[in-house]
Design a protein around this ligand. Structure first.
Ligand SMILES: NC(=O)c1ccc[n+]([C@@H]2O[C@H](COP(=O)([O-])OP(=O)(O)OC[C@H]3O[C@@H](n4cnc5c(N)ncnc54)[C@H](OP(=O)(O)O)[C@@H]3O)[C@@H](O)[C@H]2O)c1
Length: 299
């Protein structure tokens, strides 16, 4: 089993905006429940706070979160704040806005309009207890005006509410349109062996060319969106056995192999899973194994 004393720094670093982060980070969606947004089974906030503290102890200095990650038992931002504030100087918290979830009731409605983004940014500032957000991603639904949303975030950045703008769930065209408006520091899309967007290769290349971080989600969960991915399971499991690793560790190592600009943010509400995921920072897969995993993505 790959575990023990490995810390997130074993994956190397990337400059996100203007801050150095370890390429192995943490996604906060699972802190409030197994489904993360009031779906699945709710989780105990104190146990989740222990997960966040352990992540930072093990070198994580890049946490992805959102104001709309909450359940009946807790809110991801409040859990992060309770666990870590006053925050370590080197910690970069990235948040996201766009999905139309009522931040009080939790009801789902229309996507957030550009003029409404301020309230969602302010909600993140308040719940995280920060004066400025390091990075705010605009999470597109694929049918919206990404350039208008990014312009609204750029205006909030110019006012000092945030420092850098990122994007999520976008293709090459939307990224290019957004870059006409302002600098984009990261793109967060679903990306896993056997579960990637059809334009993933192009997007990875464009991000590499322009020094934009590519930040995959659902790397472990894949299409199932919860628990271990089913697609390519036999291939992943047999590679994992050869390295005395777990399938989740193999999936994370594959993610990190995609380029220096790729940042992993595996999500979990379980300390044991967290420790395994961080240990994957030191797992290097042979080219044959990386090719077998890449072949899954193109099937
Ligand atoms: N921009 C977007 O639209 C978007 C969408 C989704 C997620 N995200 C962000 O990306 C992060 C990562 O995505 P994700 O959390 O959805 O999916 P993920 O990291 O691919 O996988 C999380 C799932 O895998 C399980 N898991 C984690 N570590 C495991 C391990 N070592 N062994 C077995 N199972 C394990 C988790 O359950 P346990 O909790 O029980 O470990 C959870 O069900 C999120 O936390 C969130 O911050 C962004």
């Amino acid at each position: 089993m790959i575990s023990g004393t490995t810390t997130a720094s074993a994956a190397g670093t990337w400059t996100l905006g203007d801050r150095s982060v370890n390429r192995l980070g943490f996604g906060a969606m699972r802190l409030t429940g197994t489904g993360g947004m009031g779906r699945g089974d709710d989780r105990d906030p104190e146990q989740s706070a222990a997960v966040v503290r352990r992540a930072v102890e093990l070198g994580v200095n890049h946490i992805d979160t959102a104001g709309f990650y909450f359940s009946a038992t807790g809110r991801a931002n409040a859990i992060i704040r309770a666990a870590l504030a006053p925050y370590p100087d080197d910690l970069t918290i990235v948040t996201k806005v766009g999905p139309g979830r009522d931040l009080g009731t939790g009801d789902w409605g229309d996507w957030v309009r550009p003029e409404e983004l301020r309230a969602h940014v302010e909600h993140n500032l308040e719940t995280l207890g920060l004066e400025t957000l390091q990075v705010v991603n605009y999470r597109s639904n694929g049918r919206d005006d990404v350039a208008a949303a990014v312009a609204a975030l750029a205006s909030l950045r110019d006012e000092g509410l945030l420092r850098h703008v990122g994007l999520s769930n976008v293709g090459v065209g939307s990224l290019a349109a957004a870059r006409e408006v302002t600098e984009i520091v990261c793109v967060q899309n679903r990306h896993a062996p056997g579960y990637e967007r059809s334009d993933a290769g192009d997007l990875l290349a464009v991000c590499r060319e322009h020094g934009i971080a590519f930040v995959p989600f659902f790397t472990i969960a894949g299409q199932s969106r919860e628990g271990a991915a089913a697609e390519g399971y036999d291939v992943v499991e047999s590679i994992a056995a050869a390295y005395d690793a777990t399938p989740a560790q193999v999936r994370i190592a594959w993610t990190l192999s995609l380029g220096e600009h790729v940042l992993a943010i595996p999500g979990t509400g379980d300390v044991g899973h967290l420790e395994q995921n961080i240990a994957a920072a030191s797992l290097r897969l042979a080219d044959d194994d990386l090719s077998a995993l890449a072949a899954l993505t193109s099937e």
